[in-house]
Design a protein around this ligand. Sequence first.
Ligand SMILES: Nc1ncnc2c1ncn2[C@@H]1O[C@H](COP(=O)(O)OP(=O)(O)OP(=O)(O)O)[C@@H](O)[C@H]1O
Ligand SMILES: [Mg+2]
Length: 340
Amino acid sequence: MGVGVTGDELRAYREKKGLSQPEFAIWLNDRLQRRYDKQKVSRWENGGERIPAAVAALIKRDMVGIERQGGPALVVVVTNQKGGCAKTVSAVNIASVLALRGYATLLVDCDPQANATQHLGFDCYDLEKQQRTLYYPMHGDMPLRDIIVTVEESGLRLAPASIRLAETEVEIDTQTGGDFVLKEVLEDVRKTFDFVIIDTPPNIGNLTKNAFSTAHTAVIPCQTERFSLLGMGFLLENIGKARRRLNTGLSVLGIIPTIFKKNERNDRDVLAEITQQYGEHMHIFPPVPKASIYAQATSVGRAAVEAAPDVPGAAVYQEVAEALVKERETRLKTEIARVA
Ligand SMILES: Nc1ncnc2c1ncn2[C@@H]1O[C@H](COP(=O)(O)OP(=O)(O)OP(=O)(O)O)[C@@H](O)[C@H]1O
Ligand SMILES: [Mg+2]
């Protein structure tokens, strides 16, 4: 399911770009390799014909670039204090699915390791030299929008990180309201984006607590191996504390079992235990299989779902995106609308 565009929105968008209907058809054809003409554009604008999903998605993506007043954003934290359980890969793929569907989506790299930034092909050292990383808005030096970069093709936006973000972890510790700095920083973009996805470090330090304070919902990747399962109780306890003390609206969207090796007995056992222990109270998504494309994709600057849409597990990330779309629709009627 993607996002729709009405005929009136299409006309307003075309006029804002300063294009006539024939020029707009050429602009679209260049991008979508189609053969639309002036008559087609006219029929879409007058409601005589349905606007194709690919056209709607392209327009929605491009609208962010011309300051679309989208939002209000559903803020999602991708979290697990266990290292290497596919938080970054999950955050990048979920955010990319949403962006490819035409939602205005911002991925916030809230981890000093800057893996999401590097995964999407950005040079975090170069961005740091330009002072274009999350450290600066978190330090109060500039609005978040000034550091945002665009991922080609998908139109996903990224607030990049660098190792300097490790200083933020310390600096905010003694600040008044230090758990809410990221929340304040995100105010700048809440009305621009439909989704803000936050990738977090493998700990429950100040940066993760900041993400808990501002998120509407948490997505928990959990590798199907025993040590990951051992930390799950601790993580859920901390999400519970965050809900009581920092952010009453924080929910858990679900657990994504990751890097699943279906031929290994141990993986199957752990998957069954995840379902048995947690399935009654929270949603367990189907497992994302282990596949070399996920590791390869980290070096080509694109999400696996974009580089190879049929990758094993792509359907899981689509399903998570779908659940987020539903969550946003539900929340739009209540809290998001209140804070926006
Ligand atoms: N489904 C998968 N199949 C194979 N490899 C995967 C899969 N998902 C993630 N990986 C690989 O596993 C490693 C860890 O993934 P990732 O960096 O996303 O974990 P993380 O939880 O973000 O780690 P950290 O805790 O350090 O932030 C990476 O090398 C990544 O390419
Ligand atoms: Mg990571």
